[in-house]
Design a protein around this ligand. Sequence first.
Ligand code: FAD
Length: 316
Amino acid sequence: MAEVLVLVDHVDGAVRKSTAEMLTAATRLGEASAVYVGAGAEKIAPLLGRFGAHKVYAVDSPEVTGYLVAPVAEVLAQLVEKTSPAAVLVPSNAEGKEIAARLAVKTESGLVTDAVDVAPGEGGVQTTQSVFAGNYTVTSLVTHGSPVITVKANSMPVAEAPSPGTVEAVEVSVSDAAKAAKITETKPKEKSGRPQLTEAPIVVSGGRGTAGDFGPVEEFADSLGAAVGASRAAVDAGWYPHSSQVGQTGVQVSPQLYVAAGISGAIQHRAGMQTSKTIVAVNKDPEAPIFELVDFGVVGDLFQVLPQATAEVKSR
Ligand code: FAD
């Protein structure tokens, strides 16, 4: 059975849920092998094995970790040459997409971004993709080379498929060209105590309707253990950090539950959240376009509705 390489999505060894999704998907295409860039692969291997990784290729060299994405693409290209995998799955974030593009060029392989499903196809790997800011879903068949596929977080189910997860150290050889951009300092972001926006199973977002007071949005989010998002109007007004912007020019989220409070539902906002499994809106305007999209809508003032909802959740 051909190998399927999965680039592990992690921050300093804390493996993101998207990795479990990719490994689960990989087991449908062949034998899943994780590629882990960083220190401590031995510690992480059992976790990766739990989701189906037969092997963990450990890439732990300052030649790779000390630079931006180009060396990762080179190392992956070397692994593709060595293993001729059925596919390479990479997280669909900014870094992942750059790595995927570089890798596809190096290996002369077909590239698909923002996949929400993968399956073995006639003569290649069939992918389902979310395109044009989530407005269309298309099915593609990658037939050339070792398909390079970026996988959207929160879009695929996770299943356990225990495997040994044995670790194999990768000998790294990185060109000078790939080392053009060096990492000189890394500062961790201040931790809010809330889950990460792109990973969270529940997201509560506030818009211009909050008039700058995100208190009720945050309190409701905290009662549900949710992440907090914002519309661009709220971000542009300086009410919430840019990193929390959901939409076409912000982050794309696909949680189990998305709550939009005081958000009108502009197309650019929808682009970042319309693939959420269940959508709820609170808006005082019954004609607000967001109501065309929702599973449940509450016509009302968010300053009354959200505190009531928070109290209800807390009472359970
Ligand atoms: P508004 O459209 O002003 O809506 C506010 C809503 O709050 C209204 O529906 C109102 O009825 C309701 N409301 C007011 N008071 C209350 C209350 N007390 N209780 C309940 N409801 C209340 N936008 C994004 O969000 N993300 C993006 O990534 C993004 N990218 C863009 C890229 C481009 C190129 C462009 C041109 C625009 C982009 N936008 C983006 C902006 C987008 O077009 C909208 O302007 C923006 O989403 C509006 O934000 P909003 O819904 O918070 O504000």
